[in-house]
Design a protein around this ligand. Structure first.
Ligand code: SAM
Length: 244
């Protein structure tokens, strides 16, 4: 039996809740919510009346122990975040890890999350990709960007509207101005917009177009440099020399 369900909730369109999400939320003893007010509205809409308890990043460490104790005694919980899949750039990871370590069962339901539609809408290669979440705001920001200089897989970033232009400019400086990218705004909402272009084109676009709402930035990986036959030969030669 499952002690903890992670239940994805819509990222903008209420119709994206799944039938199984509704069933699960109705069946648990307690619903843990990042923000009980936000989730309260959704639950009311779905006519779900299970007890709500707050679970947010500020009390995560302390809360985990108590919750696991209650699970051991047989209580079943569902965790929801304000939008999308819990634990994806949202609280939840610590709880999942602890529940697993205690030998109890965790189950994350499939459902809404922002990065999957953004990746697919971008039209950039999606056979391999990296999810980078939010870039650090200040400390460690440059180091993080530099660590991606040779990343050849498509990169996905969560970003706030007021920081997007700065991020596009910094990525253009690091990766080069012509790197293809896509900004997905307001996914699944009335004014959903997917703007594709080079990093520089996107900077220009958003300097003159409204930039509000929620945003996912998808950036192509760096083109893999093909070694010439001479370079390969040279490498082999160097390796041989080292071993002999
Ligand atoms: N747990 C969520 C998920 O599964 O995608 C992510 C939570 S994170 C705190 C919020 C960020 O997700 C936003 O800043 C934005 O980058 C992205 N996001 C959420 N909803 C979105 C939407 N409708 N359109 C575009 N981006 C969205």
């Amino acid at each position: 039996t499952v002690s903890l369900y992670l239940v994805p909730t819509p990222i903008g369109n209420l119709k994206d809740i799944t039938l199984r999400a509704i069933d699960t939320l109705k069946s648990v003893d307690v619903i843990l919510a990042e923000d009980t007010r936000t989730s309260g509205i959704l639950l009311k809409h779905l006519q779900i009346t299970r007890p709500l308890q707050s679970y947010h990043i500020f009390n995560e460490h302390k809360a985990v122990e108590k919750l696991v104790d209650r699970m051991k005694k047989g209580e079943v919980f569902a965790l929801v975040s304000d939008a999308g899949t819990p634990a994806i750039s949202d609280p939840g990871f610590l709880l999942v890890r602890e529940v697993i370590a205690s030998g109890l069962h965790v189950q994350c339901l499939p459902g809404p999350t922002a990065f999957v539609p953004a990746l697919v809408n971008s039209g950039l290669p999606n056979d391999r990709f990296v999810f980078e979440g939010f870039l650090p705001h200040k400390k460690g920001r440059k180091t993080r960007i530099d660590s991606l200089l040779e990343e050849s897989r498509t990169m996905i970033f969560y970003e706030s509207p007021h920081r997007l232009i700065k991020t596009l400019e910094q990525l253009a400086e690091a990766f080069g101005p012509d790197r293809p990218a896509c900004v997905s705004r307001e996914l699944s909402k009335l004014h959903e917009e997917n703007v594709r272009g080079t990093l520089t084109e996107l900077v220009h676009y958003y300097e003159t177009n409204p930039l509000k709402g929620e945003i996912v930035l998808v950036v192509a990986g760096c083109p893999e440099v093909k070694e010439t036959r001479e370079e390969k030969q040279e490498k082999k030669h160097a390796a041989w020399k080292k071993n002999n």
